[in-house]
Write a protein that binds this ligand. Structure first.
Ligand SMILES: Nc1ncnc2c1ncn2[C@@H]1O[C@H](COP(=O)(O)OP(=O)(O)OP(=O)(O)O)[C@@H](O)[C@H]1O
Length: 460
């Protein structure tokens, strides 16, 4: 039996009417023959299926169509064309305030919203204390919502959305509001819901949250699906697009890249997007030489201005040996990362850095020359530079990837950024010690048995 589909979109498009002046809207109502608006397609031909229990991150630049997409899935907006099928009770946390009546108290809104979501009066009463406890807004629960700060508002809205036993949870960027303690509480609750099989859609500009929370991601650009896949891969594509746009790559060039990517994906069935990502930035210059990894298997992903380029990356073991295509290191082994850079234009200064990332793309170890107090001044065009970083790998046995990047300084765009430049394995400790966390740092542990205090019994 195949996976159960919770959300399915077929050729979904949304066209908004846009008016230059408010009066044009009235004009069009009064004089329907005279068109006073322009059509704007916020979404075009969106097709995807989301299996039950998946957590999907939706990413994209401002105005790309993410909120429109979520509202269509949540059922608060009708698509202009296409079909949407959503199976399960949807609880949506969309725009701040949507669904709340400002004149009602928080308590009244909890009941009002609960009923809208299909819960009975008794069910809401049973859940009320949990919701109020989660929101943690004190006496404000009995005051009109219009007197709330935006933080209180989102606390209550989130508390309702996650505590009404949703089957499908839709969250739009809401976690960015509220204090740190509340954000942690939200994250924990979302994880619990996801672990219990709730299908979740999550729009965020926080790539870290998408990487840690989601199983997959969809990137929307100009109302179309730009790419889908593993969160880290999609985020890399997203960051590359943002860099390309900052570098002034024209829309025509981006569209032709997208077309080329689609054609190649169809013909090879392979994830050609990755190779295109690697080619597009620096197509005219030499590609990076990785003495330890073949380019295709390394899933090379690259972006940057190209003012200078990373020409070679090597990862040496504790004996200083280059250990080949798929290096395997011992637990806590000392390794040396050697990076060679060539300037194609003159640079006033240079910062070179790296990250060791886990499978989800979370940065586990990382630093750069600036933070390590190694100042690199003036690189002339044609000049080369070799930088080495020596560090240990006190990591849980697993595979890790290496990201290497360089920029002129913190203010400028990176000249070269290579994600997944190399993948390597770390073995478990030879001592047999189990590593329970991602990183295992040396620590001092002391234990002391305290004798129990004597209890004196008084005879009555
Ligand atoms: N009611 C509306 N009428 C006209 N145009 C709209 C309307 N709502 C959204 N749009 C336009 O549709 C496009 C997509 O908007 P949407 O809010 O879905 O983007 P978004 O990706 O969620 O953006 P952000 O990250 O800034 O929230 C934008 O260009 C926006 O101006």
């Amino acid at each position: 039996m195949g996976e159960e589909i919770a959300i399915s979109l077929r050729n979904v498009s949304k066209c908004y009417k846009q008016y230059h002046r408010p009066v044009d809207r009235l004009k069009e109502i009064l004089l329907p023959d005279q068109k006073a608006s322009e059509e704007f397609w916020a979404l075009r031909d969106i097709n995807f299926d989301i299996s039950k229990g998946q957590t999907v991150g939706i990413i994209g630049r401002n105005g790309s169509g993410k909120s429109t997409l979520l509202q269509i899935i949540a059922g608060t907006l009708t698509p202009t064309t296409g079909e949407v099928s959503v199976k399960g009770r949807v609880s949506a946390l969309l725009e701040l305030g949507s669904g709340f009546n400002p004149e009602f108290t928080g308590r009244q809104n909890v009941f009002f919203n609960g009923r809208l979501l299909g819960l009975s009066q008794q069910e809401i009463e049973n859940k009320f204390d949990e919701i109020a406890g989660f929101a943690d807004i004190g006496d404000f629960i009995d005051r009109p919502v219009k007197t709330y700060s935006s933080g209180m508002f989102v606390r209550l809205a989130f508390a309702v959305a996650v505590n009404v036993d949703p089957e499908i949870l839709i969250v739009d960027e809401a976690l960015a509001v509220g204090d740190v303690v509340f954000q942690h509480r939200c994250m924990r609750k979302m994880r619990t819901l996801m672990d219990s099989g709730v299908t979740t859609l999550f729009v965020s500009h926080d790539s870290g949250a998408v990487k840690t929370l989601c199983n997959s991601a969809v990137m929307i650009h100009d109302g179309q699906i730009y790419t889908t896949g593993l969160p880290n891969d999609v985020i890399i594509r997203y960051l590359k697009l943002v860099t390309d746009l900052e570098l002034g790559l024209s829309q025509v060039e981006l569209e032709s890249q997208l077309e080329e990517q689609k054609v190649q994906e169809q013909t090879t069935g392979d994830n050609v997007a990755e190779d295109i990502a690697a080619k597009s930035v620096t197509a005219s210059k030499s590609s990076v030489k990785q003495s330890s990894v073949k380019q295709s298997s390394a899933k090379l992903k690259r972006r940057g201005s190209g003012k200078a380029q990373i020409e070679e990356i090597k990862l040496l073991n504790s004996l200083g040996e280059d250990v080949g295509v798929s290096p395997v290191f011992g637990f806590n082994e000392e390794v040396t990362l050697v990076v060679n850079v060539k300037a194609y234009e003159s640079l006033q200064s240079c910062i070179l850095g790296f990250y060791v990332c886990d499978k989800n793309g979370n940065e586990v170890i990382g630093s750069n020359t600036f933070e390590e107090n190694v100042r690199i001044e003036n690189l002339d065009a044609g000049e080369t530079l070799e930088v080495s970083f020596t560090f240990n790998l006190p990591l849980r046995a697993n595979s890790y990837s290496l990201t290497v990047a360089g920029s002129e300084n913190y203010e400028t765009l990176t000249f070269d950024w290579i994600d997944n430049a190399m993948v390597f394995q770390v073995l478990p400790p030879e001592t047999g010690k189990r590593v329970h966390a991602l990183v295992d740092l040396p620590m001092v542990v002391k234990a002391r048995k305290a004798s129990l205090p004597r209890v004196e019994y008084t005879k009555i």
